[in-house]
Design a protein around this ligand. Structure first.
Ligand SMILES: Cc1cc2nc3c(=O)[nH]c(=O)nc-3n(C[C@H](O)[C@H](O)[C@H](O)COP(=O)(O)O)c2cc1C
Length: 304
């Protein structure tokens, strides 16, 4: 018996709960020589803004004991180039295409969400409210409940597509932020984004990155992400997508057991470009061994 791995989020069906995490899988093209994208539950593409963005000065990646710190700074090709150069490639695959997006201010969030809504081959939007650079009021929307409420409400008003809000771990109560997203009509929340972190060269006394701080990801953040997902699952009825340090099927299964409806694979793609498909296969094997016919029986089966 082949178990069913299918899950539903918003009005979308995913053939399995394994998606790629934004910024770690490019626009799919780069990884398509290693992974048949048809096998994935979904591809979440690199964070997109209205206009192209150069990002931060190099170096932009530093490897830590069990993860990495990045200061990419949301570099991307902008909406038009994505639509004309990347989407025609992605639309050939039978997988859900999820566009992660952000803006410099609320108007930009609304404008890009509106434009993305018109693209037939984009199945869902992932609204990134967890940018680590908090220089403007709207950059703080992932941290301040009332800013988040207004932002989700206004974005929801311009798109009928499945709307996922990607939350920051830099709050005392992430479940509360998720509840706000649910109240304002989000179809799902995804968590967590990277955690602000530093690394210093003791000879130069400068940052090892081109900026003083960056975002920590990878196995180091998994226990934090797992706890955040569990707390959130208990506070909301909408699906929660778990992200953070998942490198194996066992990691993924832990997130599903605490209640994540799907999971995203990030840093693991840099270590092993086939991590996503190996994790899908590992989940399937586990279900067979445990005689579980439908993955939905496993989701949220955590015993206290
Ligand atoms: C190099 C790099 C670039 C990223 N770019 C984005 C991005 O554009 N938008 C976003 O929402 N998250 C971005 N992230 C965060 C990841 O999507 C993910 O939330 C985080 O890395 C935690 O998952 P992981 O531990 O599996 O990597 C990026 C992460 C890395 C490592």
């Amino acid at each position: 018996m082949i178990p069913s791995l299918e899950v539903k989020i918003g009005n979308l069906t995913f053939k399995n709960p394994v998606l790629t995490a934004s910024g770690t899988f490019g626009y799919g093209l780069e990884y398509s020589q290693f992974v048949d994208l048809n096998l994935l539950g979904g591809v979440v593409v690199k964070g997109l803004s209205l206009r192209p963005k150069q990002g931060n000065p190099p170096p932009r990646i530093y490897e830590t004991a069990c993860g990495m710190i990045n200061s990419i700074g949301l570099q991307n090709i902008g909406f038009e180039a994505f639509k004309n150069e990347k989407l025609p490639f992605l639309r050939k695959y039978k997988t859900n295409i999820i566009v992660n997006f952000f803006g410099e201010n609320l108007d930009e969030y609304i404008e890009i969400a509106y434009l993305l809504d018109s693209l037939e081959d984009v199945h869902a939007l992932e609204m990134n409210v967890s940018c680590p650079n908090k220089t403007t009021e709207w950059r703080k929307m992932g941290l301040e409940p009332e800013l988040l409420r207004k932002a989700v409400k206004e974005v929801r008003a311009v798109t009928k597509k499945t709307l996922i809000v990607k939350l920051s771990p830099q709050v005392t109560d992430i479940a509360l932020m998720a509840k706000i997203c649910e109240d304002e009509g989000a179809d799902a929340v995804s968590l967590i984004n990277t955690i602000p972190a530093m690394v210093i060269d003791i000879k130069t006394r400068k940052s090892m990155l081109g900026t003083p701080t960056g975002g920590l990801s990878g196995p180091a953040i998994k226990p934090i992400a797992l706890r955040a997902v569990w707390e959130t699952v208990q506070a909301v009825k909408i699906p929660v997508i778990g992200i953070g340090g998942i490198v194996s099927a066992e990691d993924a299964l832990q997130f599903l057991i605490v209640g994540a409806k799907a999971i995203q694979i990030g840093t693991a793609n840099f270590i092993n470009p086939r991590a996503t498909v190996e994790i899908i296969e590992g989940i399937k094997q586990f279900l067979i061994e445990e005689n579980i016919k439908d993955i939905n029986e496993l989701i949220g089966s955590f015993i206290q």
